[in-house]
Design a protein around this ligand. Structure first.
Ligand code: PLP
Length: 261
């Protein structure tokens, strides 16, 4: 029996030693979508289900050599960026992506972990806004990340709807503003592109997830690599995260649930 070669997607992100978020979540997500996953590790966290105890940024030269290694050999269709750590890494990744021009780019502007550790230096937000976000086909901030990118706080439903539009004006092709950090029994994610806006609503699951943001962004990248439009990819990826969190489990001593891919 002849088997077909799956499409190829790349994650440029941080390693989570606990296997719940970051590169590890991204590769599990690519695999579950029957996409061949590549990884460029931009930072290494020491982490478990209780939190992050250390962060080590990978030297720029070695991030570059990983990028060269994967782009020089594989037909990469979609790229997802996650934890990048600092401004120099954000600038390097943006420069390389401008040069390599993958068909699709999903930017998850990872800043702070659920457990409260900084995963992006404060002075890197400007580089993210000026250099990386304008290259993105899909930008996937949560509410605190949207507040950091826009420079003001978001409280009401109206402000959140307007914020999705304001983020689109930063130059991304589309924006998915994730509503998980807002209160209420329903989670409302707001998506907007040049064709207009849509909302994705889910009943809030009574559990804290770990790696949900990473998984959502890499599922969007996988769906794009499989040929879906950004709008369809976002819908399908949101359903995937909801399903895998519903089936999630607690692998360690902490309260967080890891997704069952
Ligand atoms: N660790 C790494 C390496 C990540 O990339 C991320 C998130 O994007 C996290 C931790 C945080 O995940 P969570 O907020 O779900 O704990």
């Amino acid at each position: 029996m002849q088997s077909t070669t799956p499409p190829v997607a790349l994650t440029i992100a941080g390693s989570d030693s606990g296997g719940g978020a970051g590169i590890q979540a991204d590769l599990k997500t690519f695999h579950a979508h029957h996409v061949h996953g590549l990884s460029v590790i931009a930072a290494i966290t020491s982490q478990n289900t209780r939190g992050v105890t250390a962060v080590h940024p990978v030297p720029l030269g070695h991030i570059r050599s990983q990028i060269d290694a994967v782009f020089d050999d594989f037909p990469i269709v979609a790229v997802k960026t996650g934890m990048l750590g600092n401004a120099k890494t954000v600038r390097l990744v943006a420069r390389e992506l401008r040069k390599r021009k993958p068909a699709w780019l999903v930017v998850d502007p990872v800043m702070i972990s659920t457990s409260g550790s900084r995963l992006l230096d404060e002075d890197a937000v400007e580089a993210m806004v000026n250099e990386l976000i304008p290259l993105a086909d899909v930008l996937t901030p949560n509410i605190p990340e949207a507040e950091a990118l826009l420079g003001y706080s978001l409280r009401t439903a109206r402000q959140l709807t307007d914020a999705a539009e304001a983020l689109l004006a930063l130059g991304a092709g589309s924006v998915l503003l994730k509503g998980g950090h807002a209160r209420g029994g329903e989670v409302v994610d707001r998506y907007v592109d040049e064709r207009g806006a849509m909302e994705i609503r889910h009943a809030r699951l009574p559990r804290e997830g770990h790696g949900t943001g990473c998984t959502l962004a890499s599922a969007i990248a996988a769906e794009l690599a499989l040929g879906h439009t950004p709008r369809a990819a976002v819908r399908r990826a949101a359903a995937y995260v909801h399903r895998t969190l519903k089936n999630g489990y607690r692998p360690g001593g902490g309260a967080v649930h890891v997704l069952r891919h």
